[in-house]
Design a protein around this ligand. Structure first.
Ligand code: SF4
Length: 443
């Protein structure tokens, strides 16, 4: 199983692995050894679709049959058979639970495709939990200390540049009971950090219960025995209520790190993006979060070069980031995706300009990130253990302020093999990473 794209897609890959293993098939980490190679694809950006095609072509010379699943499959369907005759089977985003049939048909040399309706309900199929690093234990046990927990599927926000509502369907919440059960299963298996994911966490419950229920869910998740950290990814700023701020502030298990994509700050651009909310609301929200939750780490993403974005809008964005000094920011050059309203908008910005603005924001942010990391030198922090770097001969992990895959790591020396968590004195910072020593070695 090759899992591309986001954490939500990784959860689907893990569910497919569970079904394949339950059907008696064996999971291997070696594509050249496989009878069937499954690529669970991403498809919401041209660059992601190209990555999926490159991956499929890389597998073509191998003996294994190829099955394509996920967002690219959902977006282009049987066209894949025409464009990539090497592919034997295709399953869309509504058909992950048909993966065994797809793999067996492929292995038998047959063509197979399945595109069940989207948005019915979220699959409650169990998972082979690979954690945030995508590795699974041969015996099916959970090796990871961190795992993603998907609370809903799809999105109904319809931002003007985004294909996800088309690919993944409308927003559908999982029942609270199912989410709590899964959290307990993860904890019983050794997971200590759960990372809540969805396209938009703040919408949780609106479809199923007629009102937002994220706060209630968080309070209940905090009662899960064994879970020490609850991390929140993908919060929509405009739905960020005072109640949600209070829950994050008052519950120790909910770590003071939030991922809240804003995409832009200019009222004109936000309106053109069909994003709810205004610059004034964003300013007030960030101020409120910093006052109510001292030391909170805010991660966000912004898009540069959205159609109609002028140099003045761009400078407004730079000024906003320079004033709020958010330690974790990703900037992406706008990509005109066929099938999205924005791809037809007038005022398309030249590629060179988009990339120049992206680079300007990332340069600004590197300084902000470095000075943030400098302020942490001399602090002793809790670090969740992730592994051992043989080359550097050092252990590594993350504190509350680092999310997997998108932020740096904390490399630390320790005389003993770390447990789930280690207290680490931060001694230096370099290029987004931090370096330190296990506190117990300093006592
Ligand atoms: S919130 Fe907007 S950008 Fe995010 S998945 Fe939904 S439509 Fe796409």
């Amino acid at each position: 199983m090759i899992s591309l794209g986001c954490a939500k897609n990784l959860v689907n890959s893990e569910q497919m692995m569970y079904l394949l293993r339950k059907a008696g098939h064996t999971l291997t980490g070696d594509v050249s050894d496989a009878d069937v190679n499954i690529v669970n694809t991403c498809g919401f950006l041209e660059s992601a679709r190209q990555e999926a095609v490159d991956q499929i072509l890389e597998l073509a010379p191998l003996r294994g049959k190829i099955v394509v699943a996920g967002c690219l499959a959902e977006l282009v369907k049987e066209e894949i058979f025409t464009e990539l005759p090497e592919v034997s089977a295709i399953v869309g985003c509504g058909s992950f639970d048909r993966i065994v049939k797809a793999a067996e048909a492929a292995y038998a040399g047959e063509k197979f495709s399945a595109f069940d309706a989207l948005g019915a309900s979220v699959s409650e199929t169990p998972r082979v939990v690979t954690g945030c690093n995508g590795e699974c234990r041969p015996d099916g046990g959970i090796s990871a200390k961190s795992a993603y927990l998907k609370i809903s599927e799809g999105c109904s926000n319809h931002c003007a540049y985004c294909l996800i509502p088309t690919i993944r369907g409308a927003h559908v919440s999982r029942p609270v009971e199912r989410i709590l059960e899964e959290a307990q299963t993860l904890a019983s298996g050794g997971v200590r950090e759960i990372i809540l994911v969805a396209q938009d966490l703040t919408r949780y419950g609106i479809d199923l219960y007629g009102a937002p229920r994220l706060c209630e869910l968080l309070n209940k998740l905090c009662e899960t025995e064994g879970i020490r950290w609850i991390r929140l990814h993908y919060l929509y700023p405009n739905e960020f209520t005072d109640e949600l701020i209070d829950v994050i502030a008052s519950r120790d298990k909910i770590i003071k790190y939030i991922d809240m994509p804003i995409q832009h700050c200019s009222d004109e651009i936000l309106r053109a993006m069909n994003r709810r909310g205004s610059k004034k609301q964003l300013e007030e929200l960030i101020q409120k979060l910093k006052e109510r939750i001292p030391g909170i780490v805010i991660r966000t993403t912004v898009i540069t070069g959205f159609p109609g974005e002028t140099q003045a809008h761009h400078l407004e964005m730079c000024d906003f980031l320079a004033r709020h000094r958010l330690p974790r920011v990703g900037a992406f050059a706008y990509s005109a995706e066929d099938g999205t309203p924005a791809s037809e908008f007038p005022g398309q910005v030249p590629e060179e300009t988009k990339l120049r603005r992206q680079e300007q924001i990332m340069t600004l942010q590197r300084d902000i990130m470095d000075s943030f990391n400098e302020t942490r030198i001399g602090q002793t922090v809790d670090v969740i253990y992730e592994g051992y770097d043989r080359l550097a001969e050092t252990f590594y992990g993350r504190s509350f302020a680092e999310s997997p895959d998108v932020d740096g790591k904390i490399f630390f020396s320790s005389k003993t093999v770390p447990g789930d968590f280690t207290r680490v004195l931060i001694e230096s910072a370099d290029n987004g990473d931090l370096f330190g020593t296990a506190e117990e070695d300093l006592l």
